[in-house]
Write a protein that binds this ligand. Structure first.
Ligand SMILES: *Cc1c(COP(=O)(O)O)cnc(C)c1O
Length: 385
């Protein structure tokens, strides 16, 4: 079922705003549950950086997912949403002391550690508190992903993680630290990945690393493969649920597990991307010398993905089913990059029409800014309208 809009109700809300279809979100969560139930040692953590809207979080928590945080603020937000601390994994290349303290005070499940200086600081802070920190090492697997350069994270040149060559040496060091309990390995190769071969390459790399560790007498309990499963931005209405079946089956087929190992996933975009849309109103339709511009009241302050990653969001006019014309859809911000779409087909559009930019549930509302002293967009759930 595609995302649905009750235009009469939406027309009463001040634009621009985010709209979340709770049916789509629940169907997506059901699909994840159906697939992961096949593999009893698989655990999915929702990557909250994709969308931290409190109402969205509550629905995800009801579905029983764990959570993946990348900041102390996210830990505070998910605890407020009711997620249990012992389902929180905490990643990030530059954790501050207060964030580490918060994680320790709340007894989170695991710190995903990205460097030795960080490991030493966690050990010191844990010692001062008389606690033990459970840690996994984030390893840079040097696996490329077929996605936008700004969202690959698993190449040797990226800032993330620990080099594979250093893995054994660092694990041996971790085992000497009194307030650290080393549990396993963490990976994350990028985002918006649609080629299962990329995940297959990661699974194969993990097998190699595990064989090496086993030969060195260094067994691990936790394998965290990160997130990155992409969504269909071209056909969101035909294809609202990501291909979770292929995704989990790829790991199940290739990743060789030892007894009692658990596999952890950190899915963000694929959980929330398709349930959300940015709703904006047409302020003006301007006839340029060569093209027609639809000037909407949303800008990159509301949805930055097109300006940041050349992303495109399928855009539809909710108020018109007249014949289509070709438009550029642009925002009001004083920057040339404030363009949502160029040369797209939209039903003939006029001032006052509501426009929906689909597939905006992930990395949309959460990345909004107040540049130009603009108001932050509010997120509304379909079942509260
Ligand atoms: C961003 C991120 C994720 C989620 O990525 P998606 O592409 O949204 O699934 C998972 N793990 C880590 C460590 C991340 O930084």
């Amino acid at each position: 079922m595609a995302i649905t809009f009750n235009v009469e109700k939406l027309a009463d809300i001040r634009t621009p705003f985010y709209y979340y279809d709770t049916n789509i979100l629940r169907q997506t969560l059901d699909a994840i549950k159906t697939e992961t139930q096949k593999y009893p040692n698989y655990f999915v953590h929702y990557a909250v950086k994709a969308n931290a809207n409190m109402k969205v979080l509550k629905i995800i928590n009801e579905a029983g997912l764990g959570i993946d945080c990348v900041s102390g603020g996210e830990i505070e937000q998910v605890l407020a949403a009711g997620f249990p601390a012992d389902k929180i994994v905490f990643a990030g290349v530059g954790k501050s002391d207060w964030e580490i303290e918060l994680g320790l005070d709340k007894d989170i499940f695991c710190f995903n550690v990205e460097s030795i200086p960080e490991l030493e600081v966690i050990n010191e802070i844990a010692a001062a508190k008389g606690k033990t920190a459970t840690v996994c090492f984030r390893i840079n697997p040097n696996v490329g992903a077929h996605t936008h350069a700004n969202i690959t994270t698993g190449l040797a040149e990226n800032k993330f993680g620990i080099a594979m060559e250093d893995m054994e040496k660092f694990i041996l060091l971790a085992k000497t630290l009194k307030n650290i309990q080393f549990k396993g390995l963490h990976f994350h190769i990028g985002s918006q990945i649609l080629e299962m071969d990329d995940f297959a390459a990661l699974a194969n790399r993990i097998n190699e690393l595990q064989d090496k560790l086993e030969a060195a007498g260094l067994p691990i309990e936790i394998i965290n493969v990160g997130g990155g499963l992409g969504i269909d931005y071209d056909n969101p209405q035909e294809n609202p649920i990501p291909d979770f079946a292929s995704y989990f089956a790829t790991y199940n087929k290739l990743l060789k597990l030892r007894p009692n190992q658990t596999v952890h996933f950190e899915l963000g975009r694929s959980v929330v991307g398709q349930c959300g849309a940015l709703i904006t109103k047409v302020n003006y339709v301007k006839e340029g010398s060569h093209k027609k511009f639809v000037i909407v009241d949303a800008g990159f302050t509301d949805l930055i993905r097109p300006a940041l990653y050349d992303a495109h969001h399928k855009t539809i006019n909710l108020c018109s089913d007249a014949e289509e014309e070709t438009y550029d859809v642009v925002g009001p911000i004083c920057e040339s990059s404030d363009v949502f779409a160029k040369g797209i087909q939209l039903s003939k559009t006029k001032r006052g029409d509501l426009i929906a930019m689909l597939s905006a549930g992930a990395y949309g509302e959460i990345m909004a800014s107040g540049y130009n002293c603009r108001r932050l967009p509010i997120g509304y759930m379909s079942d509260e309208l």
